[in-house]
Ligand binder design. Structure first.
Ligand code: C2E
Ligand code: MG
Ligand code: MG
Length: 709
């Protein structure tokens, strides 16, 4: 026996036959436990349902106080939650059917009013009603949820016609649910791929065709009904019926404008230099790699220009970093203006820039660009109240030939730039494979240098400085030599800059100083006339914290007088950090040491800077002395330096004196001292001792060269 629901059934009707039939049927033993309550008027019925406790209603549409459909409608609106069954007969059956269409659960003819049929109809109606209610609640809950979530939701049927939009979807698409329903998705949900500008792939189609959830489409833009655009992220999933058949799809999407602009800002920052806003190293590498692929495909060339400002450090050191930064900004603007739109100007850091010349047909095009850049930078930069002049050195590498990858092209352009610097700056130079050989050579040298000190491979050569009035040897310069076990004698030009770059110059310099002082002392001890010994000091040694202390130790350990030691420094060393260098000079000076400016005239130092230093000696660079040649009127620079030295009380020494003519010219212009092959080449200590004994340079060659080194 079925489990019958219990409950009170309200019968509204005034037909006594029907009353009796119903009563009999429901009191029969197999009817379950339905109780019947009867009223004759609709008004009574309405009053009763208001009191609750009714499980189902049996309704006769013809009542004394109401007739026809109106009877049902009134009751239904008052008791929507109670299942209503219509009691009909053959005559009003069609009216009863209409009531079912409007919400009645069922209708019963007199023939159905037997105990079995009636209780079955009641039970079914009660069950169905409760399922409907549950479904209604479920649907309501889903709709409220869909309308209250922040994501937009849009549903379609299998043919892609819209069946539903939630409130957010209405806002984002600009279509109301009523207007959108029934339209094809593509009309309402217009999306483009912001990377390509084309219509984005329809996620719905993929979801339906491939029967799977389609992930987020990146960089998608939704065009609203009014044409405005919103960055969105979307995903789509198929909707199935109970049999697992696809009946439509749902698209969920959200506005990501804010998130995308933040992430694009982050991406921008990661690829650009903060100071100049130029593309940084990483972005440049990407661009070069892309340009290489294109060039390969189209069989074209491209060029990479590595650019380093000349003496930028001077600006930073003397005028401060803020001015230095402004200068870098000014330089970057000029660079961008000097090249084509399609070229990429990037900052590598510091005062280094790299330019990708993407459209280079011939190397000459790159040369033209480099010349343009040199010219563009050369005009004075107005920074605050300063008018700054700056030049740069440029190295150029060309694809193909000078490298197959972004890294190699940049590296080789860098190498070429380095050579442009060595050649005197403010110029450009193309990469040549020999440069790589030079770089390899430098590495080889560096390797050998590391053990040279320990293996005692260094020695010093001594070159006399002659008093041009008396022709007496008035001093000596100690010059380092490297006696390599395999390569033989190596001159300082080949290894000093390597030693500077790798820091080995500090211990090497310390050795030179100690050895020179020791030798000077040995000559004194041998009874030779005391003379000033000069030692060259390079920038890295001078900057080393222990430098002054090392000098003091060399003096005290050998016992030579401070006044007999002269340190030769180039202008560049002094100009690097004028304040600090001037302090160090003063300290050395207070110890009694003599200070000389080596290679004077090549370092662009201004007189006003120079005067901050307690200098004793100016050594005219030999490139100027060389200008004093046959048939030449002499060198105005040499004249100027001699005159300046006289004014400021410096001893002027001319370097690289090779001919009598030069000597005579220098003598005639009042230059105090000379140094050069004419008087004597750099020689070993023993040879120099012999010269010292002779004491004088004579025109018939008293300082004969037996074994120069
Ligand atoms: P410098 O200090 O200007 O030294 C003079 C250079 O000119 C020496 O070259 C010398 O041999 C060369 N020289 C002298 N007279 C003549 C001449 O009449 N004609 C020509 N053509 N050259 C002449 P060297 O010994 O090869 O040294 C080159 C440079 O290496 C030096 O230039 C100096 O800057 C550096 N150096 C040498 N020894 C040392 C050292 O112990 N420490 C450091 N830091 N640098 C050194
Ligand atoms: Mg020197
Ligand atoms: Mg010199």
């Amino acid at each position: 026996m079925e489990n019958a629901p219990t409950g009170k059934v309200l019968l509204i009707g005034n037909n006594p036959d029907a009353w009796n039939l119903v009563r009999d049927a429901l009191t029969a033993s197999n009817s379950g436990s339905f109780e019947v309550e009867c009223v004759q008027l609709l008004s009574e019925g309405l009053e009763r349902v208001g009191k609750r406790g009714i499980a189902a209603i049996l309704l006769d549409l013809a009542l004394p106080d109401s007739h026809g459909m109106e009877t049902f409608d009134k009751l239904f609106s008052a008791a929507a939650d109670i299942p209503i069954l219509i009691l009909a007969d053959g005559i009003n059956e069609s009216l009863a059917m209409e009531a079912v269409g409007r919400g009645a659960q069922d209708y019963l003819l007199p023939s159905h009013l037997d105990s079995y049929s009636l209780s079955r109809a009641l039970r079914n109606s009660i069950d169905r009603k409760s399922i409907e209610d549950a479904l209604y609640v479920e649907r309501e809950r889903a709709l409220v949820t869909l309308n209250s979530i922040g994501d937009a939701v849009l549903c379609t049927d299998i043919s892609g016609r819209i069946t539903y939009l939630n409130a957010v979807a209405e806002t984002l698409t600009g279509w109301s649910r009523e207007e959108a329903t029934g339209r094809l998705l593509a009309e309402v949900f217009r999306i483009i791929d912001s990377d390509t500008g084309n219509t984005a792939k329809d996620p719905l189609k993929i979801a339906i065709v491939e029967n799977r959830t389609v992930g987020l489409t990146e960089n998608c833009i939704l065009t609203q009904r009014d044409g405005s655009q919103t960055a969105i992220e979307d995903s789509a999933a198929p909707i199935h019926d109970r049999a697992g058949r696809i009946i439509g799809a749902v698209i969920v999407f959200r506005d990501v404008t804010a998130a995308r602009s933040v992430s694009s800002q982050i991406a921008y920052r990661a690829q650009h230099d903060v100071l100049t806003d130029l593309p940084n190293r990483q972005l440049l590498n990407d661009r070069i790699s892309q340009a290489i692929s294109m060039a390969q495909r189209e069989n074209r060339s491209l060029a990479v220009m590595f650019l380093d400002l000349d003496h930028f450090k001077h600006v930073n050191d003397s005028l401060g970093h803020a001015i230095g930064d402004l200068l870098l900004q000014s330089v970057s603007k000029r660079l961008v203006a000097a090249v084509r739109h399609s070229d990429t100007v990037s900052r590598q850091g510091g005062d280094e820039f790299v330019v990708l010349l993407a459209e280079t047909t011939h190397p000459e095009d790159a040369a033209t660009s480099a010349e343009k850049v040199l010219r563009a930078l050369s005009a004075p930069h107005s920074i605050g109240e300063h008018e700054l002049h700056i030049s740069c050195s440029i190295g150029i590498s060309i694809f193909q030939g000078d490298g197959e990858s972004a890294e190699t092209l940049i590296q080789n352009a860098d190498l070429a730039m380095y050579h442009a610097k060595e050649e005197g700056r403010n110029r450009y130079m193309f990469f040549k494979p020999e440069m790589n050989m030079k770089a390899a050579e430098r590495q080889h040298i560096e390797h050998g240098l590391r053990s040279a000190l320990e293996l005692r491979e260094f020695e010093l050569a001594y070159q006399p400085k002659v008093n041009l009035k008396t022709s007496e040897i008035d001093g000596v310069e100690a010059l380092i030599r490297w006696r390599h076990p395999e390569r033989g004698l190596i001159l300082p030009v080949q290894f000093i800059s390597v030693a500077e770059d790798c820091g080995l110059i500090v211990p090497i310099g310390r050795w030179v100083l100690g050895e020179a002082c020791r030798q000077a002392r040995a000559w004194q001890d041998a009874g030779l006339p005391a003379l000033t010994i000069s030692v060259n000091v390079s920038a890295a040694e001078f900057r080393d914290k222990g430098f002054i202390e090392g000098v003091a130790r060399a003096l005290s350990e050998t016992g030579i007088e401070a006044g007999h030691l002269e340190l030769e420094l180039t202008e560049r060393v002094m100009m690097r950090d004028v304040g600090r260098a001037a302090d160090a000079f003063k300290e050395l000076k207070s110890m009694g040491i003599r200070l000389a400016v080596d290679d004077f005239g090549t370092g662009y130092s201004s007189l006003s800077y120079l005067r901050q230093f307690p200098i004793d000696v100016l050594k005219i660079d030999r490139s100027f002395v060389r200008q004093i040649a046959d048939g030449n009127k002499g060198s105005p620079i040499v004249n100027a330096i001699i005159a300046m030295g006289e004014n400021l009380n410096y001893i002027v020494v001319a370097e690289g004196v090779e001919t009598d003519e030069q000597k005579l010219y220098l003598q005639a212009h009042g230059c105090a001292m000379g140094q050069g092959f004419l008087f004597g080449r750099p020689v070993p200590a023993a040879q120099f001792a012999q010269w010292l004994k002779a004491g004088k340079y004579t025109e018939n060659g008293a300082l004969r060269v037996d074994c120069p080194i």
